[in-house]
Every structure is written in structure tokens, then in C-alpha cells.
Ligand binder design. Structure first.
Ligand SMILES: Nc1nc2c(c(=O)[nH]1)N[C@H]1C(S)=C(S)[C@@H](COP(=O)(O)OP(=O)(O)OC[C@H]3O[C@@H](n4cnc5c(=O)[nH]c(N)nc54)[C@H](O)[C@@H]3O)O[C@H]1N2
Ligand SMILES: Nc1nc2c(c(=O)[nH]1)N[C@H]1C(S)=C(S)[C@@H](COP(=O)(O)OP(=O)(O)OC[C@H]3O[C@@H](n4cnc5c(=O)[nH]c(N)nc54)[C@H](O)[C@@H]3O)O[C@H]1N2
Ligand SMILES: [Mo]
Length: 770
């Protein structure tokens, strides 16, 4: 028996120890300081399986022949030709030079959105940007699929987006002080499993247990009952999707109607409240916003709404708003309306009071705030500032030179000739994938760098196989994590794959910028350097001791300086002048001069209820359902889709779609049956999960199933909701992703439903010998 090596490692879903015997992973143990480890750690063995991986650099045959003039419809159809690393990196460097030389650097799209690995050094998209910034620049992106509409509106109404990113009230203060907690969306360990950049301890459940034990009244406003664990004993308000703004405005209007709004707070700490109040009391549009009005739109009970309005005033009350609410058409509004309601209530800045966003959307939101400097490799200075709002990728590729607006500015889409994607999967994350298929034929060349032969890699011209994090050394940690974690190498690279750093370094050398790219450091040199920047900052600025690199590397972790018990805007509430916000008035903006000037129909000068493009209020056919494509419980997005914890959530080899028994009966759908979910944009199969945890009228199908269109019919086999979702900006102002706004039809599927993964695998074998 060989000796088992214990290798500390970390992923976005937490830290763990990999047990390695010879070259084999024989076990995975959770991190000793994690009270609630994620089951996804058990799936990482999938990474080591060669049949899941891109094993060598490859070039699409048509592209190899004709380069930029190839028939782009061959993407995803033509076979790949294996090439050596030297040839592959030369092809990439030459193409970057050709395209930037002929069309300018803004014609290279390297926004490369995606979660990649949690490693802060081999961070694929950061390294890509670092390399291209040395080579003249690229067109990038702003905001994220996670949050776009939300931060954009908060930047103008709260001065910055910190309340969205984990710097509102910490959860410990909510557990201690809040009497009435209204949860819009979720407070769920399902999503809190993960944190961008890794997480040491998962603390959500600890706080929820305290909240439950204190007997805090929790109201869960969501179409899905288990968005808060059942042991919290929340009151479930099964709202119609995308109507939360109406509920918030109805609550605010009800309070105003009773004359109980906090006039002093509105006067001292907000601007434009007169405009907002005129909308609430109906003097603007003749419609009083109150409990009865909100009940009609949301499908909730009028008396319960009126009662909650009183409780918000009479008790210490806190609103939490999940990121999901702004990933919908007019997603700016629920975030702004929640701020408006909290201002009407007037408890912002008091312990356990006010409003905060994104709790449990990621595991570190609401956790003690990391005061230290998180490790990160620099992307270096940008020679050009060309960008798009992240989710406008199809719009950009389909409309070069097309005009659009963002954050109040008129802008033009660049003409993209070369796309380089490293560490993201647009065929997972983007909406309306059939529209993306069209857009994807526009660029002359597409380069994809990924360990997996993803749907995106299949549709590339050049595929560069990266190692996964367990095949190299790295470190994890971010501003919401209380630890920096070692990610030590556990196994040798699979196939001919190389680390992201080595790949970009090789290309950088061919572009003549190798020295500035590597700064003369190798992998371990960089890790020491990045760690030391964080360690010395903690020591010098905060007087906080962290172990030296060798001790950290040996132990596998180092604690970071954090601050608990944070009450957001406490200083501002006391001294609004001294702690003025970075807004047009220095105060919370409830009536915006900027938006009044812009005069957009889809983002008014005050928080407003504006019907989304698709919702149950305009479904027409009573059998159309609202599709919620939320985050998958057993994996991260499309990562480790075939791993244990992901497969455990599937039935009959497909994703499960939750449907209420009432809808299932009307539509003749049995639990476990294969269903076809469809609309004008596409169709997908899924397995029906008939359950009363979901509100009637709503279908919940998680994201992340590997995109598997069958033959030429286009029917998606695996249950990928993004063949159905709507690809429009949230508004002219925010231009975020509107994934949660989507109506679908559902019917039993009688055809031949061949196994989704077999179909996917056949495709891989057809494109590349795997
Ligand atoms: N319908 C719908 N769609 C959504 C959402 C929704 O709610 N509904 N949510 C959206 C959200 S919030 C997000 S954040 C996006 C997520 O979208 P993505 O971040 O694009 O999804 P991932 O599956 O995490 O893609 C990461 C890719 O990186 C690769 N990778 C992993 N490690 C490495 C590495 O070390 N090097 C390299 N080069 N590659 C690596 C993985 O194999 C994978 O292909 O999806 C969005 N899409
Ligand atoms: N296990 C796991 N965890 C993850 C991820 C993952 O892929 N897997 N992805 C991570 C990422 S990148 C992100 S950005 C976060 C996202 O975090 P969130 O945006 O919070 O997550 P979602 O699952 O999209 O949505 C949470 C819940 O919001 C509810 N909801 C949807 N629409 C509405 C609505 O209109 N009104 C109301 N009231 N409720 C609504 C749904 O019932 C859904 O279950 O999750 C992170 N956590
Ligand atoms: Mo996200």
C-alpha cells in the first residue's frame, strides 16, 4: 500500500483536502474549519477523467485551411485537427497580430466572462487580459451576469454598489437585532455554497439557526418554498415572478397612506422623495399604490400585505433582496424600490434595519467583511477602453456599429473579428442560445481555452486545453472570505493540458511581451509574491499577523483580518453631510434628476412598477408558465455537470423541472415523465418533478445542463433553460441580463428521448478523438 498524500485545495464551493494515492484521487475531505461544507467537493474526481477533457491543442479543419476566410458555419460541425503546442500558440499569436494590425485592437473581444477556477494566479480571464493589454488591448465587458441592473441603479441612488456586494449589514447583526425579516428571493444554502474566489467557512446556516432560535418573523417572498430552509419556519408568500417591485411599492404606499412614513429620514437622508411620494399616493398617475393594488399584481393577499406594512414600521425590520430579482426585465426596479421602501420605513443605518442585497446569493455576502487586500494578479493598464455591458454579446456580434445606451451614455458596438474565451462558457451562461448560435458565426476566428470540451469549445476554431486547478499550484481568497487558502497540486496534468499561466506566457513570448507578462517569476514565485502582498498589507496597514508563505503553504490556510457586526450607513444616518454619498445629491436618491433628463420609458426617475416583457400577467394562454432558471444545487453552473452531486439532482439522465401538482394535472404531466418545454425561441426536454414547493404557474429548471441540441431539430436534450430564455437588456439604463423573465409552454413528450449525455458524448467523439 502506498502512502496517501493529503493535499489542501480549494474551489469556488469551498476548501478541502484531496487524498492522493500514487497518481489517483482516492478521497476528498472537507476543510476542518468549515461548519457546513458543500457536497460539490465530492465531484472533483470528474476533473481527472480523460474522457471529460480536451486532451491536446486542436484546430478546426476548415479554419486550418482558410484561416480568417473559413466557412464559419463549420463551427461545431467540422472535425478538429490535433496540433502541437508550439504550432497552436504560433497560430494564436499570429492571429492576434493579424486582427489587431488590420482592424485595430477593439475588434478583439476578450471580455471572456466566466467563473473559471477560483485560483487568483492562474485566473484565466485575468491572464488573458493581462496578455492582451501588453499587446494593444481588447474589447472587454462591464458588470456581470450575476449583477448588472442592480449595481448600475445603486451606483446612482446609493453612490456605489457595496450594498450589493457584501458590505451592507452583516448577518450577525440581523440575527441579533431584526424582528421582521422580509426575504425577497432566497436565503438558501443552495446558492451560499459558492463564493467567487473560494470560501473557507460557510456561515449562512449558523446565522439562520440564530434567526430561527430568536423567533424572528421571517417572510419568504418567492415562487419557490424551499428558498429558505424549512427549519427556519418562514411564512411563504408565493409571489408571481417579477412582480416584487409592485409588492415593495404597495407596502411603501400603504405606509404613506397611513401617514406613517419617516418624514425626518426622507428629509435628511434622501433626495427627490417628493417625486416618489407623488407616485405612491397616485397624484402622478391616478393610481394609489397600496396593499390592494399590489395584491392584484402579485397574486398575494391584500390583508397580509397591509399587516406587513404595519410590522415594518412597528418592529425592527430588514429587507433582503436576492440578486435573482435584478436578473429580470426591468431588474433595476426591485433593487431601487427596496431602497425606496426602506427609506419610507426609515430604519436604514440602525442595527438589524434597512435593506441589503445578495445575502446567500454567494456564501460570503453578509459574512464578516475581509478588511485585508485579497491576492490577485494584475491585468495591467488598459491601452484602450472599449467595452460592452456583459450580457449584450449577441447584440454586439449581430450589430457591429449598432447604437445602444448604457448608464445614460449613447454608445456603439465594436466590429468584432476575433473572440478569445478563457474560463467561461457562453453556451452555458447566455440567454437565447439559438440566437447566440447565429451571432457566433460572425467573427472570423474564435479561440477557446478550457479544460473541458464544452459546447463553447466545440464551436471554436482553436481549442487550447488548460489544466484544472488540481493539476497545478495556486491560491484562493477574496474580499468576502475570511481565509486565504492554498490550492496545492494533487495530480499531473491530464493529456497534454497546460496551466493557464504557461499557455498565456508562451503566447506572450511570441507576441514579444513575454518579459513584461511574467515579470521573470514562475508559478511558485508568483504565489509567494501575491501572498506576500496580502500578508504585508495586513501587517502594515492593520497590524494583523499572518503566517509567512512557507507556513501558510504547509498549513493550507491563513486567516484574514475581518470585521464582524457591521451596520451599513450607520455613520451616514447620524451625519449625512459628513458621510455624504457619491450620488447627485450626496443623499439616497428616490427621485433622480439624471433619469428625469434621460426620460426612459423603461427606467423612470423614481422606482416604478413597469410590466416585464413576459410575465403571468400577460401570458394570455392560462397554460403558459413562468420559467425560473435558478442556480443548480449540485454543481457550479456548467462545471462538473457529470459529477456525483450534479447527477444526484437529475432523473432519467436529465435535469428536473419543478411543476406544481395543479398545473401538472391540467397539462396531463406525471411525476418523472419526460416533458418538452418550449416557446418561440427554442425547446428543451426535462424530467417533470411534480411538487407543491413551487407556486402554480411557475416552472423551475436549474441552469447548467451541458447544451446538447439533437441532430438538426434543435431540440435540446439535457434540460438547458437557456434555449428558452429572453435575450434583452434589463433596460436602456442597466442593460443587464433578463434570464428570469421567460414564459414557456410545457407538454408531455412522446418522442424518442435518447440519453442526453450519450448524445453529448457522441458529438465529442465525432469532433475530436477523445
Ligand atoms: N438562464 C440563466 N442563465 C444564467 C443565470 C441564470 O440565473 N439563469 N445565471 C448567470 C450567472 S449569475 C452566471 S455567473 C453565469 C455563469 O456562467 P459561466 O461562468 O460561464 O459558467 P461556468 O460553467 O462556471 O463556466 C466556467 C468555465 O470555465 C472552465 N474552467 C474551469 N476551470 C478552469 C481553468 O482553470 N482554466 C480555464 N481556462 N477554464 C476553466 C469550466 O470548464 C467552464 O467551462 O451564468 C449566467 N446564466
Ligand atoms: N450551488 C450553486 N450555488 C451558486 C451558483 C451555482 O451555480 N451553484 N452560482 C452562483 C452565482 S454565479 C450567483 S450570481 C448566485 C446567484 O444567486 P441568486 O441570484 O440569489 O440565485 P438564483 O438561484 O438565481 O435565485 C434565487 C431564488 O430567487 C427566486 N426568484 C427568481 N425570480 C424571482 C422573482 O421574480 N421574485 C422573487 N421574489 N423570487 C425570485 C427563485 O425562486 C430562486 O430560487 O448563486 C451562486 N451560487
Ligand atoms: Mo453569477
Amino acid at each position: 500500500m502506498g502512502t496517501i498524500r493529503r493535499v489542501p485545495h480549494c474551489s469556488h464551493w469551498g476548501a478541502y483536502t484531496i487524498l492522493v494515492d500514487g497518481g489517483e484521487i482516492v478521497g476528498v475531505e472537507p476543510f476542518e474549519h468549515d461548519p457546513a461544507p458543500s457536497p460539490i467537493i465530492g465531484s472533483i474526481r470528474e476533473w481527472a477523467k480523460p474522457e471529460r477533457r480536451v486532451l491536446r491543442p486542436m484546430v478546426r479543419s476548415g479554419w486550418l485551411e482558410k484561416r480568417g476566410r473559413s466557412d464559419r458555419r463549420g463551427r461545431g460541425r467540422e472535425k478538429f485537427v490535433p496540433v502541437g503546442w508550439d504550432e497552436a500558440t504560433t497560430l494564436v499569436a499570429d492571429e492576434i497580430r493579424r486582427v489587431s494590425g488590420t482592424f485595430g485592437n477593439e475588434s478583439i473581444f476578450a471580455g471572456s466572462y466566466g467563473w473559471t477556477s477560483c485560483g487568483r494566479f492562474h485566473h484565466a480571464s485575468s491572464l488573458l487580459k493581462r496578455m492582451l493589454n501588453l499587446a494593444g488591448g481588447y474589447t472587454g465587458h462591464v458588470d456581470t451576469y450575476s449583477i448588472a441592473a442592480g449595481p448600475v441603479i445603486l451606483r446612482h441612488t446609493l453612490g456605489d454598489d457595496r450594498a450589493c456586494g457584501g458590505q451592507a449589514n452583516t448577518l450577525d447583526t440581523i440575527a441579533e437585532h431584526t424582528d421582521t425579516l422580509v426575504v425577497f428571493g432566497a436565503l438558501s444554502p443552495r446558492t451560499a455554497q459558492t463564493e467567487a474566489g473560494g470560501i473557507g467557512s460557510h456561515s449562512l446556516e449558523t446565522h439562520l439557526k440564530r434567526i430561527a432560535a430568536r423567533g424572528t418573523k421571517v417572510v419568504l417572498v418567492s415562487p419557490l418554498r424551499d428558498d429558505v430552509p424549512d427549519w427556519v419556519d418562514a411564512e411563504w408568500w408565493p409571489i408571481r415572478p417579477n412582480t416584487d417591485t409592485a409588492l415593495m411599492l404597495g407596502l411603501a404606499g400603504e405606509i404613506v397612506k397611513a401617514g406613517r412614513h419617516d418624514k425626518a429620514f426622507l428629509e435628511r437622508c434622501t433626495s427627490g422623495s417628493d417625486r416618489f411620494l407623488r407616485y405612491l399616493d397616485g397624484s402622478e398617475d391616478g393610481q394609489q399604490k397600496d396593499a390592494a393594488w399590489a395584491a392584484g399584481i402579485t397574486g398575494l393577499d391584500r390583508d397580509a400585505i397591509a399587516d406587513l406594512a404595519r410590522r415594518l414600521i412597528d418592529t425592527r425590520s430588514m429587507l433582503t433582496v436576492s440578486w435573482s430579482l435584478q436578473r429580470a426585465h426591468h431588474g433595476e426596479q426591485p433593487f431601487w424600490a427596496a431602497l425606496g421602501l426602506a427609506s419610507i420605513v426609515g430604519q436604514i443605518g440602525l442595527p438589524g434595519g434597512g435593506v441589503g442585497y445578495g445575502y446567500a446569493s454567494l456564501g460570503g455576502v453578509g459574512a464578516p467583511i475581509n478588511l485585508g487586500r485579497s491576492p490577485a494578479i494584475s491585468q495591467l493598464a488598459k491601452p484602450i477602453n472599449s467595452f460592452i455591458p456583459v450580457a449584450r454579446i449577441s447584440d454586439m456580434l449581430l450589430n457591429p456599429g449598432g447604437r445602444y445606451t448604457y448608464e445614460g451614455e449613447a454608445r456603439t458596438y465594436p466590429d468584432i473579428r476575433l473572440v478569445y474565451w478563457a474560463g467561461g462558457n457562453p453556451y452555458h451562461h447566455h440567454q437565447d442560445l439559438n440566437r447566440l448560435e447565429d451571432a457566433w458565426t460572425k467573427p472570423e476566428t474564435i479561440i477557446v481555452q478550457d479544460p473541458m470540451f464544452t459546447a463553447t469549445a466545440q464551436r471554436a476554431d482553436i481549442v487550447l486545453p488548460a489544466t484544472t486547478s488540481i493539476e497545478r499550484n495556486d491560491l484562493a481568497g477574496n474580499k468576502r472570505s475570511d481565509f486565504i487558502l492554498a490550492m496545492r497540486k494533487a495530480i499531473e496534468p491530464v493529456g497534454q493540458s497546460r496551466s493557464d499561466f504557461d499557455i498565456f506566457n508562451a503566447i506572450a513570448m511570441k507576441l514579444g511581451v513575454g518579459e513584461r507578462f511574467s515579470e521573470g517569476r514562475d508559478e511558485m514565485g508568483w504565489l509567494r509574491h501575491l501572498y506576500e502582498v496580502s500578508r504585508s498589507d495586513a501587517a502594515n496597514r492593520l497590524g494583523f499577523d499572518m503566517p509567512d508563505f512557507d507556513a501558510f503553504w504547509e498549513a493550507g490556510y491563513a486567516r484574514c483580518p475581518t470585521r464582524a457586526e457591521h451596520t451599513y450607513l450607520a455613520g451616514f444616518r447620524e451625519h449625512p453631510e459628513e458621510f455624504a454619498l457619491d450620488t447627485e445629491s450626496g443623499r439616497i436618491v428616490l427621485g433622480s434628476e439624471l433619469l428625469a433628463r434621460l426620460d426612459y420609458a423603461d427606467c423612470r426617475p423614481h422606482p416604478a412598477w413597469i410590466e416585464p416583457a413576459e410575465w403571468l400577467g400577460n401570458a394570455g394562454d392560462p397554460h403558459r408558465l413562468h420559467l425560473i432558471s435558478h442556480q443548480p444545487a449540485g454543481r457550479l453552473h456548467s462545471q462538473l455537470e457529470t459529477g456525483e452531486s450534479s447527477v444526484a439532482m437529475k432523473r432519467n439522465g436529465r435535469e428536473q423541472a419543478r411543476i406544481n401538482p395543479r398545473d401538472a394535472a391540467v397539462l396531463d404531466i406525471e411525476d418523472g415523465a419526460t416533458i418538452r418545454v418550449w416557446n418561440d425561441r427554442g425547446a428543451s426536454l426535462a424530467t417533470a418533478w411534480v411538487t407543491d414547493t413551487v407556486r402554480p404557474g411557475v416552472l423551475v429548471l436549474p441552469t447548467g445542463a451541458w447544451f446538447t441540441p439533437s441532430g438538426n431539430s434543435g431540440l435540446e436534450m439535457a434540460g438547458n433553460p437557456n434555449v428558452l430564455t429572453l435575450d434583452v437588456g434589463t433596460s436602456q439604463f442597466g442593460q443587464g441580463c433578463s434570464a428570469h423573465t421567460c414564459l414557456v409552454h410545457v407538454e408531455p413528450y412522446a418522442g424518442d428521448a435518447s440519453d442526453a449525455f450519450e448524445t453529448y458524448h457522441e458529438k465529442l467523439v465525432a469532433l475530436a478523438a477523445v
